[in-house]
Design a binder for this molecule. Structure first.
Ligand code: PLP
Length: 424
């Protein structure tokens, strides 16, 4: 039944049924959690061979001993492997520690306080520094901005990626805009993949934006497809070469959701010029990254083909969880007008939009019966979703059974909130 076609009496009857269903769920004392965008236990176990894989052979391909200092930009074979993920040459790739988020922080901190092109280029010399933030987006990107007093300007996400007409108009009009966040493939939380045209237009943004503008290209889900025919992402490095804008783009990635979350390796792709400037800056912080872990990763993941085969095993584990959520959403909410959601072909999230004004209530209703959902607003800068609609669902971590139970309980909460609103 579509909510807008229901009579008042039908709605009242439905509300009574929903309260009954909700009360029964409450009695079950559920302890479910759809908030955690992290790999499940079986997924991390796919990389257990990392432990002991070196078997006493600590020599890198060039014969150097990875147990010792040296090589601030990472092992050459790691640069080659992870450069292949980002579409950058080994010279355009830096492999660091365990977290891409910390590399993003370091790049922004450097651009802000020291300047990528010398001290006159430091963003902090401006009274105001602003970033474009496609929404909904990744809360930790927004937290970095908030922490660094970077003003965030929301840009809507379309199916093709950020609304580029709007993004281009904004950077042309406002020289305080110094960056844009992008999660270009299987974005967090929408799962959308930027179209070729969007990738090219983003690669050209540094040409039309003010000086020292940076694209922060967080390709966290670069190889995380759930289906063989999932959409590919055009190479931003390719377009940057075409338009000579490599200096304006920093790409990031990590193996957090390939091997061990928090114990993998993270990498940057950018121009040789940017990397050499950044290396000089990093040299004040570290003598070099953990090359032992980098070598472990190279031995496990070897080459793009082996990496793809490894990712197919992840997909086999999490695809049923995504499909379970989508099945329940379609069965319970399809054609009801009570919500819209994405059907990602990869990544870690499904993005759900309630009718305007209901996200917070749905999260609260779910929380009260033991189903934890990501806080409403978390996917927007400053935690403010003006339409109060978006909820991020993360199905990878719980068991399949729990994912299904959570999704079912979630739909009861969506229905309850929507019918109440319609009757109000
Ligand atoms: N970027 C995005 C878009 C993410 O969703 C996540 C984790 O959820 C990260 C970065 C974190 O990456 P890392 O573990 O490499 O710091």
């Amino acid at each position: 039944m579509h909510i807008e076609q229901a009579s008042k009496q039908e709605l009242k009857d439905l509300l009574a049924d929903l309260y009954e269903e909700y009360d029964k769920l409450a009695e079950l004392k559920l302890a479910l959690d759809l908030t955690r965008g992290k790999p499940g236990a079986e997924q991390v176990a796919l990389s257990d061979a990392l432990d002991g894989i070196l078997a006493g052979d600590f020599r890198a391909a060039d014969g150097s001993d990875v147990r010792n200092y040296g090589g601030i930009d990472g092992l050459p074979e790691a640069k080659a492997l992870f450069g292949s993920v980002l579409g950058t040459s080994p010279e355009e790739t830096l492999v660091g520690g365990n977290s891409s988020l910390s590399l993003m922080y370091q790049v922004i901190d450097f651009a802000m306080n020291e300047g990528l092109r010398g001290e006159d280029s430091a963003w902090a010399l401006n009274d105001t520094v602003k970033f474009l933030c496609p929404v909904p987006g990744y809360d930790r990107h927004f937290s970095i901005c908030e922490y660094m007093h970077i003003e965030m300007l929301a840009v809507p996400m379309l199916d093709s990626g950020p609304d580029m007409d709007q993004a281009e108009a904004m950077v042309k009009a406002d020289p305080d805009i110094k960056g844009i966040w992008c999660v270009p493939r299987f974005g967090n939380p929408t799962g959308s993949v930027y179209s070729d045209d969007t990738v090219e237009r983003i690669a050209r943004l540094p040409q039309i934006a003010s000086d020292n503008f940076l694209v922060l290209w967080d390709n966290a889900y670069a190889v995380h497809s759930l289906y063989d025919d999932a959409p590919e992402l055009a190479s931003i490095a390719g377009y940057c070469r075409k338009h000579d804008t490599m200096d304006g783009v920093f790409q990031f990635g990590s193996t957090s959701k390939i091997t061990f979350a928090g114990a993998g390796v993270a990498f940057i792709g950018s121009s040789e010029r940017n990397l050499s400037t950044l290396k000089a800056h990093l040299a004040f912080q570290t003598i070099g990254p953990d090359k032992v872990n980098q070598l472990r990763h190279v031995r496990l993941l070897k080459d793009p083909e082996t990496l793809a085969a490894h990712m197919a095993k992840h997909a086999a584990l999490i695809r049923p969880r995504f499909e379970a959520v989508l099945e329940v959403l379609a069965k319970e909410l399809g054609d009801t007008g009570m919500g819209e959601w994405t059907e990602p072909k990869g990544g870690y999230f499904i993005s759900f939009d309630t009718r305007p004004g209901l996200a917070q209530e749905v999260v609260d209703l779910a929380g009260n019966i033991g189903v934890k959902l990501t806080p409403a607003g978390a996917t927007f800068p400053y935690g403010r979703d003006e339409a109060n609609r978006n909820i991020r669902l993360a199905p990878t971590f719980p068991s399949l059974e729990d994912v299904r139970a959570s999704a079912k309980a979630f739909t009861v909460c969506v229905k309850l909130a929507t019918v109440k609103q319609e009757l109000a």
